[in-house]
Design a protein around this ligand. Structure first.
Ligand code: ADP
Ligand code: MG
Length: 253
């Protein structure tokens, strides 16, 4: 079954050329897809459009068969982390409760069931014992896991993550990947923007290669080709295959 169906999606910013043009793809339930493309390719714009932060100018988004305009709350979104003020005096638990806001509404207090959902979301990412910590005191990997919990607290089964590996070390990257492995076992569908091409080629079920238009979409071993990478990145990249295609090294021309 398809979880997400995107057809002919077009979006951008006022008075500027389109940022994404005629993008169509599907994600099956439980599938883990990587979204790659050069800087400015429209990766963040695509994720923000899917989640309704940017209006789309054309096309449609369907989640589990629901029309996009009715179902934005079904999508969990983990924004790029660089813009977050980590000195903001909120606890881990507070951050995850923000994921309940759209369900709770602004006019009533969080109830017992909201607290139970927050607790469960923290357990699913292995962060329950940190719930009273101030968010700024956590490591990079822990912060990202808390934001994944915030998205899960929306009671969603489709997660969009924007460059979660930016600015974290190898340990944090492994932490995030193992959280994603656990969510895959639970049947959560993931679309993750990254500029780590090796990770995209080896750790994901599907690759979406974007440069304003979708250049390729499919299994990594079918789409991670020199032709597609050249089409996305221009003449700046070459691909060298190693170890029976298990490893890729990218070199700038
Ligand atoms: P990526 O995430 O792949 O680096 P973006 O989605 O951020 O790409 O950007 C796609 C295009 O949209 C770029 O040309 C970028 O300059 C432009 N853009 C992104 N955000 C804004 C914005 N808030 N206002 C105007 N243009 C933007
Ligand atoms: Mg981006």
């Amino acid at each position: 079954m398809e979880a997400l169906i995107v057809e002919n999606l077009t979006a951008g910013y006022p008075k500027l050329p389109l940022a994404i043009d005629d993008v169509s793809f599907t994600l099956a339930e439980g599938e883990r897809a990587a979204l790659i493309g050069p800087n400015g390719a429209g990766k963040s714009t695509l994720l923000k459009t899917l989640v309704g932060l940017i209006p789309h100018q054309g096309g449609c988004i369907s989640l589990h068969g629901y029309d996009c305009s009715l179902s934005h709350t079904l999508l969990g979104y983990v924004p790029q982390q660089e813009s977050i003020d980590w000195n903001f005096p909120v606890t881990v638990q507070d951050v995850v409760m923000m994921g309940r806001t759209r369900k709770i509404g602004w006019l009533r207090w969080a109830g017992r069931s909201d607290q139970a959902i927050v607790q469960q979301a923290l357990e699913r990412v292995g962060m329950a014992s940190f719930r009273h910590r101030q968010i700024g005191q956590l490591s990079g990997g822990q912060k990202r896991r808390v934001f994944i919990a915030r998205a899960l607290a929306q009671e969603t089964d489709v997660l969009l993550l924007d460059e979660p590996f930016n600015g974290v070390d190898v340990t944090a990257q492994e932490e995030i990947m193992s959280t994603l492995d656990k969510l895959r076992d639970e049947g959560i569908t993931v679309l993750l923007a990254t500029h780590d091409l090796n990770l995209a080629a080896t750790q994901f079920d599907k690759l979406l290669i974007l440069n304003k238009r979708l250049i390729a979409c499919g299994k990594p071993d079918e789409t991670f080709t020199p032709e597609n990478l050249h089409a996305a990145y221009g003449g700046r990249m070459s691909v060298i295959h190693h170890n029976n295609h298990d490893d890729f090294v990218l070199v700038a021309d």
